[in-house]
Design a protein around this ligand. Structure first.
Ligand SMILES: [Mn+2]
Length: 249
């Protein structure tokens, strides 16, 4: 591998308001400019947008700098994957057609340089949260999306920005580490390891950058978020590192 693979998630663009989101978007674009020369693949692992709903003929306004930058990177030959998060599960084919990004609905298992990766946004995995797991099925159903699309976008996206304002991300609640035996994505990763070896489990969703040793040469890396940490993962062919981007990087 002569170039790196990058992982980032939970930009939550759109929240908590236009001005702050726009500032964050500009920082993300600077980060993309910073990594692009050394990037072969980019994994955007969910909740890139705090809300996204794609109608058959209409997409939400905004986020044009990010989309333009991603399009330029894809045109330059960088392979980009876009995972559905719990905030932006309603992508259709727009990003694939316009940017060339590959949409990933659930987990993606990849092998690079003899290392095996288990990649997923992280929502709906592990023990507990039965209510969300149930809602996830409904929200992801074709019927639910069809019904929502019947609403006029001014109204539908209006309701959605109400949800978005009530989200944890918008309220900037600080996440705290629960301990390795309580972190549900670590529990989930350990369950997977009973069946099959993975060198790395990479998740987002938790809004808490983590790098946990799961034993037997396996690690769980949570790539964090971009409201506070501006954290990301980078694999250079040998090792996976959790890093932080600052405007002076
Ligand atoms: Mn999430």
């Amino acid at each position: 591998m002569d170039k790196n693979i990058y992982f980032a998630s939970d930009f939550h663009l759109g929240t908590p308001n236009y001005a702050e989101s726009r500032k964050r978007e500009e920082l993300i674009v600077r980060w993309l400019e910073f990594i692009a020369p050394n990037c072969s693949e980019l994994f955007l692992m969910g909740d890139i947008f705090d809300f996204w709903f794609e109608y058959a003929k209409v997409i939400p306004k905004g986020f044009i700098r990010l989309q333009g930058k991603l399009a330029a990177m894809a045109d330059a030959g960088i392979k980009i994957y876009f995972f559905k998060g719990n905030h932006d599960m309603w992508v259709r084919d727009y990003f694939t057609r316009e940017i060339g990004m590959q949409i990933v609905s659930d987990e993606l298992i990849i092998k690079r340089n003899n290392k095996k990766f288990y990649l997923h946004h992280g929502d709906g995995l592990g023990p507990g949260d039965a209510k969300y797991k149930f809602l996830r099925k409904i929200f992801r159903s074709k019927l639910c999306q069809w019904l929502f699309a019947r609403l006029h976008p001014n109204f539908g996206i209006g309701i959605a920005s109400g949800w978005s304002k009530g989200s944890r991300a918008a309220q900037k609640e600080k996440e705290v580490f629960l301990g390795e035996d309580q972190e549900w994505l670590a529990i989930y990763a350990k369950e997977q390891l009973q069946k099959e070896h993975f060198d790395y489990f990479i998740f987002g969703h938790r809004h808490l950058p983590l790098d946990l040793d799961l034993g037997n040469g396996s690690r769980y890396v949570n790539i964090g978020e971009w409201l506070e940490s501006c954290s990301y993962g980078v694999f250079d062919g040998v090792d996976l590192k959790l890093k932080y981007f600052t405007s002076t990087s």
